[in-house]
Design a protein around this ligand. Structure first.
Ligand SMILES: [Zn+2]
Length: 183
């Protein structure tokens, strides 16, 4: 298949190492995320800097691509719902096979490799499914709905049994329904 798309933020040239087993090149990529990556509580925002240190090694079957991604995700804490922003580092290694050589998820395209899909998938897989603002975030007060971490010295509480919560509502409502001064 002829591909005309040869430019892109994650496209690296391999002309000088193609079919030269043992040759190795290193690249640094520093580009804004081309789109929002991730659909969960946290994601890498479009435009967020994505830094990738890449090593390209020419091997018999193709180009072995390895390296580390460094970026930042933003979103909300899964327990207390405040905004959070955390650094994210992800290591990866994938083979970009020569076309027709063997079954592979990624292929060398003419004289380059395009790492965008690889980098995006590695980042999305590394995003926490239940992100927290701090490892021991106590979440929200089950009664008041306030963020417990805001109250210094407060202890994390067991979630209230719904039946007790109902009783507490009853008690509160009862107080609220005390006769009011008549105007
Ligand atoms: Zn939290």
């Amino acid at each position: 298949m002829v591909r005309k798309h040869v430019t892109g933020p994650f496209v690296l040239p391999i002309r000088d190492i193609i079919h030269r087993s043992g040759e190795m090149r290193e690249h640094s990529i520093d580009v804004p995320a081309p789109a929002k990556w991730g659909e969960g509580l946290v994601s890498v925002a479009e435009g967020e800097p994505v830094v990738v240190e890449v090593r390209l090694e020419s091997v018999h079957e193709g180009i072995l691509v390895s390296g580390e991604i460094d970026t930042e995700y933003t979103g909300i804490c899964s327990r207390c719902l405040i905004d959070i922003a955390e650094g994210l580092q992800v290591e990866f290694q994938e083979l970009f096979a020569y076309p027709g050589e063997e079954e592979a998820d990624f292929e060398v395209q003419d004289d380059h490799v395009d790492l965008e899909t690889l980098v995006r998938e590695a980042v999305v897989l590394a995003l926490p499914f239940q992100p927290v603002c701090q490892p021991d975030c106590p979440g929200l007060d089950p009664v008041t709905g306030e963020r417990l971490a805001d109250n210094a010295g407060s202890q994390p509480r067991e979630p209230l049994d719904p039946r007790w919560a109902a009783l507490q509502d009853f008690t509160t409502n009862h107080d609220d329904e005390a006769p009011r001064p008549r105007g």
